[in-house]
Write a protein that binds this ligand. Structure first.
Ligand code: ATP
Length: 267
């Protein structure tokens, strides 16, 4: 896997994302088709850059969907963790922000993804003090330089939108707010199906039914990924055990019993 901050087109496909269809449509309109048909956007005078804020509980697909958009649009992806820019000496944070945007411009079109963006944009006068304030001002300057931002799509992600400075939530900055919710029963099934794409799931397993189970209530996408992982491990345990006893019962697949066992492990 690549180093943090390194730009590359991610290999996450839309099929890897379960649910979140509304977000897909929004990003398709705002980013994917903009990259594909720049001349049409000129024709309609659509020259304003849009920035996005994905907010919602942890582990529900904010990073995943941002990567999938980059893949779909065929653009570079720069992943920045908010607190990373803060771990600098005074003055260096601002330089880091400038460098980041200039690097983004040189590899545009690209998506500049700020994970934990709240760390950079906490309301002025609250936590963090003046280092944060200066960094925030620099960030606003970069975000507002829209004409130099061509082709740099900015997406922020946070679990705590309420602590963010209102100024960064204006149009052109992180102005378009999109909620990424905890999955419901149907979405959990869709996420499990997305996670199952490259796994030998037994034909008898009903992933939609598992998604609807009471035991899966309140599980995030990340929890469901852990469930899938445990189920696959349990199936592997069985396969190895049977190899040792030389039983011939292949092909080996991930069965309902493995999911049942996995459910006891993750809760
Ligand atoms: P955080 O706020 O903690 O950064 P996040 O919302 O960015 O979380 P992701 O990093 O996108 O969450 O998700 C973590 C992992 O959980 C993904 O790599 C994936 O395996 C799984 N996952 C989460 N949501 C989904 C989803 N909607 N479809 C498929 N897998 C998902």
């Amino acid at each position: 896997s690549r180093r943090e901050g390194f730009s590359t087109i991610p290999n996450v496909k839309w099929e890897d994302v379960g649910g979140l269809d509304i977000l897909r449509k929004e990003f398709d309109r705002y980013i994917v088709r903009r990259v594909k048909y720049p001349e049409l956007h000129e024709e309609f005078g659509l020259d304003m850059e849009t920035g996005f804020l994905l907010y919602g509980p942890p582990g529900c697909g904010k990073t995943l969907i941002a990567k999938a958009i980059a893949n779909e649009a065929g653009v570079n992806f720069i992943h920045i963790k908010g607190p990373e820019l803060l771990n600098k000496y005074v003055g260096e944070s601002e330089q880091a922000v400038r460098t980041l945007f200039s690097r983004a411009r040189t590899c545009s079109p690209c998506i500049l993804f700020f994970d934990e963006v709240d760390a950079l944009t906490t309301q002025r006068g609250k936590e963090g003090g003046w280092v944060v304030e200066r960094l925030l001002n620099q960030l606003l300057t970069e975000l507002d330089g829209a004409d130099q931002r061509q082709g740099v799509f900015v997406i922020g992600a946070t679990n705590r939108p309420e602590v963010m400075d209102r100024a960064v939530l204006r149009p052109g900055r992180f102005g378009k707010l999109l909620y990424v919710p905890l999955p419901g029963p149907v979405e959990r099934g869709l996420i499990l199906k997305a996670l199952a794409r490259k796994k030998p799931i037994d034909a008898s397993v009903d992933l939609s039914a598992i998604g609807r189970m009471k035991a899966c209530e309140n599980l995030s996408g990340a929890d469901l990924a852990a469930l899938m992982h445990e189920a696959a491990m349990a199936a592997l345990d069985d396969k190895l055990a049977s190899n040792e006893s030389r039983l011939i019962t292949s092909p080996w697949t991930i069965k309902s019993t493995h999911f049942e066992l996995a459910l006891t492990k993750i809760s």
